[in-house]
Write a protein that binds this ligand. Structure first.
Ligand code: FAD
Length: 415
């Protein structure tokens, strides 16, 4: 049968190649690195959170509505249960953590086991693997592709093409994002890459607070200091030398970068889940009820010890200041701090440091039932190259596996 060329040997490309070859197509898988699946190998801190437990509907509810609608046929074709069965059949047992995240059974290097299972799968069905040469461009003929232009000057021809070149983060894993420009060159609508699931740098970081974690609160994004509320994400936050990391920062990073590009942006963390007025009233009452209560002890109810010390100093208060002796303005300032700790202006979020890159080929340009690019008879796209990005938790690999599966499901007569 026809020759199918899959470009990109990551999660989506490996599954697409396996699926197309299983259906009887002659498949060539081309990967620019000398090894397959470099990003997969480092996923989940080397443990690989390969999917998220749940029905297709539950899984899709974690994505933005437009993306969920687009992904529906792919996720139904290759749902989380099928992904787990695929790996189980190849010797990789998985388990579900309390938070629904699915991992291979705990062993060092379990991400490498996931990759090895995929490599075995493509070899078993006879996929021809070519590594170590990057593609440099697409050669089109009318409304179809005829070849890939390779960096060594050769052209690789095929009857059908599946592009699975990933996003643009972690370029050291081979994802440089240039294929999006090629698609734009074909006249297709693309959305530029935007960092997502990335740490957030601060214009004025707090290196002295490096390693301090704020737990159980909400990270809030505002349009400038004192500006209107733009968005928020619940979760823990971690101070780094240059800014913020941890689940809340990763989850909000894409919105932070998009807002930053539009105008002023400002971050605060709400540890208490209460407004300053309520906290101020509580302080007034405490001053009577617990006259010996120290400001530091009170603030420590909301914030870690290391921060309290510094914040009290910054307020010009003595470290043994009691709640009872506070002036009104001092009391209000403390209540405001405990209600929403100001973190300041975010700096540019680094695309390279995101777990994924948002943006990609606009979903309207692709038929969600086949992943064929509309108007391009022999071109399919899958994985992170599509404008799809999910939260942390196994959603992005599941999206890559599902779209890879659907892109490789070429029915005879179509391409
Ligand atoms: C540090 C880190 C941890 C992560 N952990 C998780 C996790 O635990 N769970 C989860 O769900 N998601 C995780 N992700 C996200 C997930 O890894 C990606 O969403 C997923 O790998 C995307 O799959 P893909 O096949 O589309 O792209 P990739 O896996 O990135 O594969 C694309 C491949 O295409 C190749 N390529 C690109 N351009 C060319 C070219 N011009 N010529 C030849 N080859 C080319 C690249 O070298 C690469 O190998 C993590 C990401 C990172 C960076």
């Amino acid at each position: 049968m026809a020759r199918v060329l899959v470009l990109g040997g990551g999660a989506a490309g490996l599954v697409a190649a396996w699926r197309a070859a299983s259906l009887g197509y002659r498949v060539v898988l081309v990967e620019g690195n000398t090894r397959l699946g470099l990003k997969l190998r480092i996923s989940g801190g080397g443990k690989c959170n390969l999917t998220h437990e749940g029905s297709p509907v539950e899984l899709l509810s974690a994505f933005a509505k437009v993306q969920a609608r687009f992904l529906r046929p792919a996720v139904h074709a290759f749902p989380p249960e099928a992904v787990r069965a695929f790996f189980r059949d190849r010797g990789v047992e998985t388990y579900v953590r309390e938070n629904g995240r699915v991992f291979p059974l705990d062993r060092p290097e379990s991400a490498a086991e996931v990759l090895r299972a995929l490599e075995r799968a493509v070899r078993e069905v006879g996929v021809e693997i070519r590594v170590g040469v990057r593609a440099e461009g697409l050669v089109s003929e009318g409304q179809g592709l005829s070849a890939l232009r390779m960096e060594d000057g050769r052209r690789l021809e095929a009857e059908a093409f599946i592009l699975a070149t990933g996003g643009a983060s972690y370029p050291q894993t081979g994802t440089r994002g240039e294929v999006l420009d090629w698609l734009k060159g074909l006249g297709l609508p693309v959305h530029p890459w935007v960092p997502a699931l990335a740490p957030i740098p601060l214009v004025r970081p707090r290196p002295a607070w490096e390693g301090v974690a704020l737990r159980g609160g909400t990270l809030v994004l505002r349009a400038g200091a004192g500006g209107r509320h733009l968005d928020a994400r619940p979760g823990d936050l971690l101070f780094t030398r240059t800014g913020l990391s941890g689940p809340a920062a990763l989850a909000l990073s894409q919105l932070v970068e998009r807002s930053r590009r539009e105008g002023p942006a400002w971050l605060a963390y709400q540890p208490a889940g209460t407004d300053p007025e309520t906290l101020d009233a509580a302080l007034v009452e405490l001053a009577h009820r617990e006259p010996r209560l120290g400001v530091r002890t009170w603030l420590h109810r909301f914030l870690p010890e290391r921060l309290c010390e510094a914040l009290i100093r910054e307020q010009g208060l003595a470290s043994d200041q009691r709640v009872q002796g506070l002036e009104r303005a001092q009391r209000r300032a403390l209540a405001a701090l405990a209600a929403a700790l100001p973190l300041g202006e975010p700096g540019p979020v680094d695309l390279a440091k995101g777990e994924v890159a948002a943006g990609g080929l606009a979903l309207g340009a692709v038929d969600p039932r086949t992943l064929q690019v509309r108007g391009w008879t022999n071109l399919r796209v899958c994985g992170e190259l599509l404008d799809v990005d999910g939260p942390v938790g196994g959603y992005n690999l599941q999206a890559a596996f599902s779209t890879g599966f659907l892109a490789g499901s070429i029915s005879p007569g179509s391409s």
